[in-house]
Design a binder for this molecule. Structure first.
Ligand code: PGA
Length: 259
């Protein structure tokens, strides 16, 4: 795993956005895996800025979102459909038919999940997957105990996640208990992966994911199996890493390394 540490949330977001732009400039019809939550807000803001000011083009891009709450209609302000539209899609030039987000209201979840997996394959697989991390170490809604080879499926959220996400809802009891989520196995098939994390409340999960053993108890640790995963952190999220100096050394020496 490559660990890239920046002093602030804004600088972390810009570094991650630069990575996304690099992929889009190399492959304009890239398939991107999208994440929701508060972490990627700065990244999406920066991509929108690049679209407006630097003509970063999304006209041939296809996106697949990681997850969606079960039971929330697409118009619900806390649905990930609504989030993605408001925060990102309506500000860029992506064709609506190229946007895939899991359905939280299908009448047949197993069939929908299979269709979602098939759709990713039909589009050629995910070129770049964006990820956040939960305080319990989850990626997407792959809670502790999720198989590292899991696929898109219905998942019961952990109490910790429901508590963490209750800040977005008016009443804590409104947080959905179930979600539809890509599996860890689905995510690990992405050609490139970037995980972003900021804030001291993510430091323990980040340390376990990067420096701990590979375990389904911290599904983000599964990224150690990916050949090129990159982790972008701000100082606070990096402050429990025991190999911190080593990551800084590697980054400092990278530009001069033989290619
Ligand atoms: P957050 O959520 O960005 O809102 O902290 C991250 C996650 O649960 O994956």
């Amino acid at each position: 795993m490559e660990v890239i540490i920046r002093p602030t949330y804004q600088e972390m977001s810009q570094a991650a956005a630069h990575e996304v732009a690099k992929v889009l400039n190399t492959k304009p019809n890239a398939v991107m895996g999208m994440a929701t939550g508060s972490t990627p807000l700065g990244l999406y803001q920066e991509l929108v800025r690049m679209h407006v000011e630097e003509a970063l083009d999304f006209s041939q891009v296809t996106t697949f979102n990681l997850d969606e709450y079960v039971g929330l209609p697409v118009t619900h302000p806390q649905s990930y459909h609504h989030f993605m539209h408001e925060i990102f899609f309506r500000h860029i030039n992506i064709p609506p038919q190229n946007i895939y987000i899991p359905s939280g209201t299908t009448s047949n979840y197993p069939a929908f999940c299979q269709w979602y997996e098939d759709s990713i394959q039909r589009c050629g697989g995910i070129d770049l997957q964006i990820l956040g991390i939960g305080t319990d170490g989850h990626i997407a809604f792959n809670e502790p105990g999720s198989s590292l080879s899991s696929r898109t499926r219905l998942k019961t959220l952990a109490k910790q996640t429901i508590e963490d996400n209750s800040r977005f809802f008016e009443h804590p009891g409104e947080v959905p208990v179930y979600a539809i989520t890509m599996g860890v196995g689905t995510i690990l098939e992405a050609k490139e992966i970037i995980l972003i994390a900021n804030g001291a409340n993510k430091a323990a999960a980040i340390t376990a994911a990067i420096e701990g053993p590979i375990t389904s108890m911290i599904t983000a640790s599964g990224l150690q199996l990916h050949p090129t995963a990159k982790v972008f952190l701000d100082h606070e999220a990096a402050n429990q890493l025991s190999m911190r100096e080593y990551y800084d050394w590697l980054e400092e020496k990278r530009p001069g390394a033989p290619r």
